[in-house]
Design a protein around this ligand. Sequence first.
Ligand code: TRP
Length: 435
Amino acid sequence: LDEAVKLLLQLKETYKKVTGQDYKSGSPPSEVTSTSGNGPTATTEDDDVVDPWTVATSNAKGIDYDKLIVRFGSSKIDQELIDRIERVTGQRPHHFLRRGIFFSHRDMHQILDAYENKKSFYLYTGRGPSSESMHVGHLIPFIFTKWLQEVFDVPLVIQLTDDEKYLWKDLKIEECYRFAIENCKDIIACGFDVNKTFIFSDLEYMGESPGFYKNVVKIQKHVTFNQVKGIFGFTDSDCIGKISFPAIQAAPSFSSSFPQIFNGRKDIQSLIPCAIDQDPYFRMTRDVAPRIGHSKPALFHSTFFPALQGAQTKMSASDPNSSIFLTDTAKQIKNKINKHAFSGGKDTIEEHRKFGGNTDVDVSFMYLTFFLEDDEKLEQIRKDYSSGALLTGELKKYLIDILQPLIAAHQERRKQVTDDVIKQFMTPRKLAFDF
Ligand code: TRP
């Protein structure tokens, strides 16, 4: 019996270490405790690393996303959900859904149930402005969010975390705010409706909105240092700004952070489209939500946009050759793809014709799955490249021919974004919805 008691005490201690909470028998497992069990930077047997700061795998095909769903405790976006979205909206599902680029979700069925009963929700997404220039990978959540906004016709809030970048990077506050405004232009250039969209810089909006700050403080009161250590891997020597930042990314998940849009209501649920590396923030948010009288945000998770060098890591804004930037010229785009895009082709033309290429590791092909909308054309390219009928240079040419006009059009739209337009988007105001 002594042994058993000792073991139980040990277990309770471990539980407290991992969860930051006292063990009470019969207490329901919370999302935070059930998903952060393997520590801050959870890794699978094959060493995939996914957290808000690092994405890396040793597998050339990229991260094993099915395993990630199990590890994070989210749900797979299956055909049934995709069909249901089609039924409810009457629109053909976006190719990001059809092709598994958005692959995981939390509580989407709940959002759709409510929507079918004429209950509205809102969209929340964001961007950490770490530099002036964004790359094509950064567009993925925004392209998808725009589609969601159009098919569901709901309000959208976009958080620019200039405060986060100040805390994490060696940058001045003024620089971070300037990057936020520069990035805001690229986001607006994606085509959001100004009557339905509010974009805000944390540095600015925090001082303007008691509703927002009150929620930040409520969240701060309900999360312990132990918990954020477990979720994000913070240590005793991290500055307190970092330790409390997750509350700031969590707060826009609650409608009362935007009284001007929701007329003070706190019962409008949010839906957050984001890359899967942001999930730790929202696991924490979902854990806190019911304890401060809010509904849990629903989520849509995307895969990562691979670096040119291969799917072992995501595109990085700090390595110019790993990414195609929204400021690149047609010539730069062509050169980067031809020189740096990792190829699944064979070394010689003879071998390639004989054995065919491997689309599972070919970065140009992966990019085509993001940007070539025509399903039949994509399938034809896949077949031809795999059989060896299509050469690597020809495959790359398909991609170049898609990205050059896409980025040129983006640059053209960005030029139209005047200071006045930015001001309109960033002014706290009522949107074209009555609550
Ligand atoms: N932390 C995110 C980044 O560094 C920015 C962000 C804030 C965000 N709120 C979000 C991203 C909500 C997705 C959804 O890019």
